[in-house]
Design a protein around this ligand. Structure first.
Ligand code: SF4
Length: 427
């Protein structure tokens, strides 16, 4: 999605007279397209900004201004922090604000910081033909829908990329035809939930019945009637060029009706490879993740897919160490992996997220106002005025003298262990 977002942002900037350079030293503007799914991805951007800080300082000395922008999900999630931390960043643009980039850059030119993180209910960039970053390449991404309505409990996507919306089929077909004319041999249809595609732009299809979900699957939202669905789109796309391979990612296992499976089986140019993100093999954990299916329903889908598309290759995503996961839950995930025998698996340790970084030698608690307070794990008085020294344990109340404040956390020095009534009195 971020490669495709980069191409969309490029198309918008190119139309507004910007030219691209691959040489960092030549750039007047540097835009970083970011991801927030895991904390590590965000940390990579903070590290990158530290490198750019030195470059920007050199430019300032030479009176050659350099503008730095953060685009995408991290911009959406951490707008305030990005703008305030070291004042390095000039532009912040969320995933639905790329059309606003020329204006944001104009504001930045005048020396002010500029931000737009408004999420849209209908932005699909349908009329913007992305500038392929690998011109002359044989493969291309085509974005068909954006956002997600599923609200899995571990996932930030619905909050950074907004509600689910689909691009009109006509504009998708136009783009695929253009790519075919350019000699592109493989197109990947893209979306957060690519097979939940629902084009509501054609009036005569707006009252169509809601599709049936895969057996045993449910959603947190009400059934969505109307619109042209993924099977229709896949059918149309696959007819454009019999020599062009069609792939799609990333699907949700709930949206694999029989007509989609049948189409994949019948059409020689639709790749016989399905990504079926399971996330866990334990029904208990799946429930905590709010995935909308059980282990049994998932396995039934796998068997049905294999019956419908003989020889299909399967891949999946898994998260290990989700909150509350036990060894037994983990063993169930391993047994699911053995049972399904995927061709490829994307396996991740659950990414704990902290508003701020604290080292192993620091402790963290929350004050009455629910703000995180970080303090050194040092010996403290067991009670006010008490000579005995202790170390704070989980569950203890600690009186902390706050010495500094970040945008989302406070830092301080621990004074003594206390009780709730005493700390309230001290307050
Ligand atoms: S379906 Fe995918 S994108 Fe949507 S909330 Fe769940 S994990 Fe996130």
């Amino acid at each position: 999605m971020n490669v495709n977002d980069t191409e969309i942002a490029w198309a918008i900037l190119q139309k507004n007279g910007y030219a691209r350079t691959k040489e960092l030293d030549e750039a007047d503007v540097i835009l970083l397209v970011t991801c927030s799914v895991r904390e590590k991805a965000e940390q990579a951007i903070w590290n990158r900004l530290q490198h750019l800080k030195a470059l920007k300082a050199r430019r300032q000395q030479a009176r050659l201004p350099l503008r730095i922008g953060i685009l995408g999900c991290m911009a959406e999630r951490l707008k305030e922090e990005i703008l305030h931390r070291e004042k390095l960043v000039d532009i912040v643009a969320g995933p639905d604000a790329y059309r606003d980039l020329p204006r944001l850059l104009a504001v930045a030119e005048s020396g002010q910081q500029a931000a737009n993180v408004l999420l849209s209910l209908d932005e699909t960039y349908a009329d913007i033909l992305p500038v392929q970053t690998s011109a002359g390449g044989t493969t291309a991404f085509v974005s068909i829908m954006r956002g997600c309505d599923n609200m899995c409990s571990y996932c930030i996507v619905p909050f950074t990329r907004g509600r689910e919306r689909s691009r009109p089929i006509a504009s998708i077909l136009q783009e695929v035809r253009m790519l075919s004319d350019q000699g592109v041999k493989e197109v990947t249809l893209l979306g957060q939930n690519v097979n939940s595609f629902r084009d509501m732009s054609e009036v005569q299809f707006q009252s169509a019945a809601a599709p049936v979900l895969s057996r045993g699957f449910s959603t947190v939202y009400k059934a969505k009637p109307g619109g042209l669905r993924f099977a229709h789109l896949l059918d149309q796309v696959s007819r454009i060029d019999p020599e062009m391979r069609i792939r799609f990612t990333s699907p949700h296992p709930k949206d694999f009706p029989d007509e989609v499976l049948q189409l994949i089986q019948e059409r020689h140019n639709i790749c016989k490879q399905l990504h079926l993100p399971a996330q866990s093999g334990s029904t208990r954990v799946l429930e905590a993740m709010r995935r909308g299916y059980t282990r049994e329903a998932y396995l039934e889908l796998v068997h049905h897919v294999r019956e419908s598309i003989p020889g299909v290759r399967l891949s999946s995503d898994f998260i290990a160490g989700f909150c509350g996961e036990t060894e037994e839950d983990h063993q169930q995930t391993l047994s699911l992996l053995r049972e399904v025998r995927y061709n490829v698996g994307f396996l991740f340790a659950y990414s704990m997220r902290q508003p701020s970084k604290r080292s192993a030698s620091e402790l963290c608690g929350r004050n009455d106002g629910n703000i995180k307070v970080i303090f050194p794990d040092a010996e403290i008085e067991d009670a006010v005025g008490c000579k005995a020294l202790v170390r704070a344990q989980p569950g203890d109340y600690v009186l902390v003298k706050v010495t500094s404040a970040g945008s989302q956390t406070l830092k301080g020095v621990p004074l003594c262990r206390t009780s709730l009534s005493r700390s309230a009195a001290c307050h």
